[in-house]
Design a protein around this ligand. Structure first.
Ligand SMILES: [Zn+2]
Length: 370
């Protein structure tokens, strides 16, 4: 999300909070439960150029969220219990789950002590190549390369682009332009481009994965605690919808088999890398269902409603995002109202775009991709 969009979204959240509208609309907007999505949990908040700070929250904020959820009368449950809970029409209590993607080691160092202290179950989705120390965390490689360089050059849509990256503003612009264009590209190609940028910048990305992500031994040790559940997150953390069908299915199936073998227990859960509509769609949801997994989560925003019992392979989540570390936002998220509005706007926008002539539509898409 761009800075202006973020500002507008935050203003809407504050307006919903202070006007009392979120509270008033909650009875019709909120679902049976929520699944929170986190990535990293680190005590120090990033200052300066750090576009991936959205993936980090502090342990203190996590603890405050847990306290808020409990105080709101919401049961915090294991992902294992979600399918039965959604089907249980007699249970009117709401539920919340905590999930963390990618298996960052700070989940052990900083998130686990908080979950343990509050006896809160949680799920970690671990890509197998990451636990092998061979993952390509290209979004961080791009950030570190831009941080290091005063100048970045790459080719975007066939045109050579040179970014001066001396100031934080210049670095932010370069990151946003390059990152969002890469997200629209075939992923192996995107990774090749980032690798070239890192090489030019003199940034050595080879130790990054093993520096940041837990090993299999660490995952095994953590998995001994009954509060902890591990789920699949593919082998190489590729956007599945961009892959040929057999490769996408293999990425899911092999990651589950490997997790079960390494951790010595069944794996019933899965998270789609990136998780947006361009990275996981109906084809991927059907793969997950055919593999007999109990749940799979996306990054589509929203509460979990009764109708999701027919869509257990495409569950929405709510991001606990580093840019939204404010309990006022979380209390509004718990009403469900912003997501109902967000999704209604998205549908309206799709309808409008769908009604435009083909030429106008392609121009708009071009602008969006840039
Ligand atoms: Zn991920």
């Amino acid at each position: 999300m761009s800075e202006p969009s973020k500002f507008i979204f935050k203003s809407v959240l504050k307006a919903l909070h202070y006007s009392g509208l979120a509270k008033a609309m909650a009875p019709v907007a909120r679902g049976h439960g929520v699944i929170f999505m986190l990535h990293r949990v680190c005590p120090v908040e990033d200052a300066g150029f750090s576009p991936n700070r959205i993936l980090k929250v502090t342990p203190k904020f996590l603890e405050h969220v847990i306290t808020l959820v409990k105080r709101s009368g919401i049961d915090i449950i294991s992902l294992d219990d979600v399918p039965a809970r959604i089907k249980d029409k007699d249970n009117k209590r709401r539920f919340a789950c905590f999930t963390l993607d990618d298996g960052y080691r700070d989940n052990i160092d900083h998130a686990y002590p908080v979950f343990k202290k509050h006896n809160v179950p949680f799920t970690i989705y671990l890509p197998t190549a990451f636990a092998d120390g061979e993952g390509d965390l290209w979004w961080l490689v791009l950030q570190e390369s831009i941080l290091k360089a005063d100048r970045i050059q790459t080719t975007i849509d066939g045109a050579r682009r040179i970014f001066t990256t001396r100031t934080q503003k210049q670095k932010d612009t370069a990151f946003n332009d390059i990152y969002w264009w890469l997200r629209s590209q075939p992923e192996q190609e995107a990774r090749r481009i980032v690798s070239g940028i890192a090489k030019d910048a003199g940034y050595d990305a080879s130790p990054l994965c093993s520096d940041l992500v837990m090993t299999w031994d660490q995952a095994r040790a953590l998995a001994k605690d009954p509060l902890v559940t591990f789920g699949g997150h593919t082998c190489r953390h590729l956007a599945l919808a961009k892959l040929p069908a057999n490769e996408a299915r293999r990425e899911i199936a092999e990651s589950i088999v490997r997790l079960e073998r390494e951790l010595g227990r069944p794996c019933h859960h899965f998270s789609y890398p990136y998780g947006d509509a361009g990275s996981a769609g109906v084809r991927e949801f059907e793969f997950v269902t055919s593999l007999g997994l109990a749940t799979a989560v996306t990054t589509r925003k929203g509460h979990v409603y009764a109708h999701h019992q027919d869509h257990m392979s495409a569950l929405p989540r709510i991001s606990l995002n580093g840019d939204y570390q404010d309990l006022r936002y979380v209390s509004v998220f718990l009403t469900g109202v912003p997501f109902v509005l967000w999704n209604a706007l998205g549908r309206a926008r799709s309808l409008l775009v769908g009604l435009k002539p083909a030429k106008a539509q392609s121009v708009e898409n071009g602008k969006l991709a840039a």
